[in-house]
Design a protein around this ligand. Sequence first.
Ligand code: SAM
Length: 272
Amino acid sequence: MADLPPLRDIIARHGLSASKALGQNFLLDEHLRDRIAAIPGDLQDRAVLEIGPGPGGLTRALLRAGARVTAIEMDRRCLPALAELAEAFPGRLRVIEGDALKLDHATLMGEPFAVVANLPYNVGTALFTRWLGGKKWPPAWTSLTLMFQQEVARRIVAQPGTGAYGRLAILAQWRGTANLAMKVHRSAFTPPPKVMSAIVHVTPEAMPQGVPARVLERLTEAAFGQRRKMLRQSLKSVPGALQAMQKIGIDGTRRAETLTIDEFVILARQLD
Ligand code: SAM
């Protein structure tokens, strides 16, 4: 096992002052990073895709846990520090310079992989929507372990009947399981962000039969786009939705947040 200098020293030696534009907030606590790397389960010899390794703090923890890591980083300043890490773990770390939003992750990995990332808010949600949406299921990834603002994490794991329940919860849970794995205090980051964070862990489940993702997405977009309205009003714009609702016995005076994920799935199946 490689004996590495403290991350603080690496950051200082390579002049990696945190860039606000790139959403950089580094995790300097080694113990915390190890706990995050343990969330996906045993990583011994497993392929892991890390997005945004920065100076490589979480990357070290993943490598120490035995993972084979591919890391995509768009900040060139971090590449020399990551190259040192690759040298310390020969053949186990591949670093790709680029924008994770522009790369095809499945092709890049070429085998099933776990995703672990501590990303800026906007990039995290864009990738999350991409990983969980679309036709192909099961996906190429085997689990997602992602840091979000606590408020977004709550929306991802939300249950019906709560204010946080909406499109993100349905996207994450209609063919997957989503857990709030760990809350992370803002003081754990350098520099500390304004809000609290939390890590969400998502694993794929079987896809419900006969429900195309795009039909469900269209329904939830319309229903939660006007979440305070009754469904008979908010779903007017979706052709056939009111008839489908009547057919399966969903009362049109209900509001979107009262429908369970199963009810949305049944409605989407009926619509298709
Ligand atoms: N993983 C490190 C940690 O936990 O200490 C750094 C986390 S920092 C919040 C986010 C990292 O993501 C930064 O290094 C930033 O340069 C990188 N990043 C931001 N947008 C990215 C993108 N679109 N593709 C790849 N990396 C990105």
